[in-house]
Design a protein around this ligand. Sequence first.
Ligand SMILES: [Zn+2]
Length: 394
Amino acid sequence: MPIDGRPVRDGWVTVDRRRIVALGHRTSPDDGVRRIDLGHVALMPGLVNAHTHLELSYLRDEVPPASEFVSWIRGLLARRRRQPDPRSPEILAAISAAVAEAVACGTAVLGDISNTLASFGPLTRSPLAAVVFYEIVKFNAPDPEGVVERARREMDALARAPMVRTSLAAHAPYSVAPLVFRAIRKDVDRDAFAPCSVHLAESAEETEFIRTAGGPWRALLEELGSWDPAFQAPGGSPVQYLDDNGFLDARVLAVHGVQMSSADLARLAKRGTTLVTCPRSNVHTGAGVPPIDDFYKSGVRVAIGTDSLASAPDLSVFAEVATLHALAPSVPAAALLESATRQGARALGFDADFGTIEPGKRARLLAVDLPPQTDDVEEYLVSGVQPSQIRWVE
Ligand SMILES: [Zn+2]
């Protein structure tokens, strides 16, 4: 499954020093190469989980489902307050277990959102490539530049790691002040390749807040002492708001999009922004069911994330893909597989090494066991592959 082309039956791949050298089918090169027969499998690039929060892994099964998103967030905040130390053994152990689970589910690359940078160390000691997005949540910010500068200093103080990069993320339009969005963007722009992430158009309450500056988000901000009385409702949609402020472009991962209209999706497509969909989480949190068909019809780039273990049952991208397939059976299986590999790798800036089987890329490849008579391999792979069917090709 090279991803950048049709599936190849009876295919082979040659690898040298962990890089892909060539691929083809039937007659393989036999001059001095050591052959490994993988058996009856689909060979594919390692998956990309473009959105998760590893530091919330200790909250697995702890935050019950909700019918409204803000109620779910209240449940999350209440549980997070019980463990205020981000470096507690409980949190670190859960991060390490989640990393191991992600690898066992076939993940090669991760986009991880962190408010504490606690996931950085465990990721550098893992086989995963990753971007750790240091996420800023700051609605009432008298010194927006200072907020971003402090975050930048903390990121710069981390040890260098070849496969784990850091960048900034803005939490969401209802939790980040307009001038903080601007300061984040300015920081990200200093590096021509750095990606940036934002939760966008997730809940109906967010749409209401951007239109009217009222509703359940306003009430929660006031309760938390984070409301800024100078804030004026931007009006329009959350996508319009961020786009009019120059935040959206090809380096941004816009996460969720449950509430996006076709006009919103057209804007994202025009900007080259990647939409990251996490449908299982959206249902659990009460945000709603994302319009998967519309995402793919709009021409926007779509990547896939599981979101955190606080709102998803596991970190399996294959399980997330199966949910997309069930919600939108008419979206071609090949498009879903591309979302789970190449699109995520591109959005995270790892496409030179991951996302397809192409000469020059890392040979971080998965062999997925197939039943004897599998006519349509793409269809099979989007229908719910279990971790027990997966092995990494070493
Ligand atoms: Zn998230």
